[in-house]
Design a protein around this ligand. Structure first.
Ligand SMILES: Nc1ncnc2c1ncn2[C@@H]1O[C@H](COP(=O)(O)OP(=O)(O)OP(=O)(O)O)[C@@H](O)[C@H]1O
Length: 243
């Protein structure tokens, strides 16, 4: 792998909450146009890593380089402007706005005309099968549909890197399938992803590289096959599910 192939690199990342070291010297690299799967038991530090990448939390140590830029110390807004979008474990949609407005609001002032923006927003909603509900309020959507709305908003914003935090949790199998297909479609268009999920089938299907956390530390990383066979991962996380 050359330096050019690397989109994001975390080096010795540390995040503490009081006496708890939630992320303990975690290093990994994300190759362009791939999915990095981040797995580990509850409380192992996955979401905290995502929060450090997108600027919600300021890391206490280490560095995160994205396309040549240091991310630590930047606000979430600045990180978004550099080309990183994210979804949340509990979707963060504008509940009292229509689906269309959910997609338009982040792009106000972008210089595009209302007609162009509306056309793009309709196209993005169609991609996640929500076009028919475009004038409904976001609060009327199910939890799974809200996850699709977050993804549509990301498609509209067109970031280079997409952070997905538990995108499949609480989503029924047919919507999961749609989400998987849309993620694969975005990969084909050159996007890159960090994916946090307990849904190992989807992690294995999408990820080129997997990082395993346990109690804030990286205990393993590698290809799907390497991680599945790693005795430390089996003991700490996979258990009998590894078969
Ligand atoms: N804002 C916070 N304040 C204090 N402690 C926190 C905060 N956020 C996370 N933690 C703690 O940091 C540790 C890592 O939490 P994190 O949410 O990153 O784990 P996770 O691997 O994403 O877990 P899950 O799979 O359950 O979502 C946990 O012990 C958690 O209680």
């Amino acid at each position: 792998m050359t330096t050019n192939d690397i989109l994001l690199e975390s080096r010795d990342l540390v995040k503490r909450f009081g006496g708890l070291v939630a992320v303990n010297e975690v290093s990994f690299t994300l190759e362009r146009n791939t999915v990095l799967g981040l797995i580990g038991i509850n409380g192992s530090g996955k979401t905290t890593v995502m929060n450090c990448v997108n600027g919600l939390y300021k890391a206490d140590g280490g560095s995160i380089r994205f396309d040549g830029e240091e991310l630590i110390g930047r606000s979430p807004h600045e990180v978004t402007r550099l080309g990183i979008g994210r979804t949340f474990q509990v979707p963060r949609v504008f509940r009292r706005m229509t689906l269309i407005d959910n997609l338009l609001v982040p792009l106000l002032g972008s210089g595009l005309s209302d007609a162009e923006l509306t056309e793009q927003a309709e196209e993005c909603l169609a991609q996640v099968n929500l076009h028919g509900l475009r004038q409904n309020y976001a609060e009327e959507l199910s939890g799974g549909q809200q996850k699709l709305l977050e993804l549509a908003r990301l498609i509209m914003l067109d970031p280079k890197l997409i952070l997905l935090d538990e995108p499949f949790a609480g989503v029924n199998p047919s919507l999961c399938q749609l989400l998987l297909e849309r993620i694969e479609g975005l990969l084909e268009k050159g996007k890159s992803f960090i994916l946090v999920s307990h849904d190992l089938t989807s992690i294995y299907r999408l990820s080129s590289h997997i990082v395993v956390l346990n109690e804030g530390r990286k205990i393993a990383e590698g290809s799907v096959d390497e991680v599945k066979k790693n005795p430390d991962v089996i003991e700490a996380y996979l258990g009998s599910a590894s078969a």
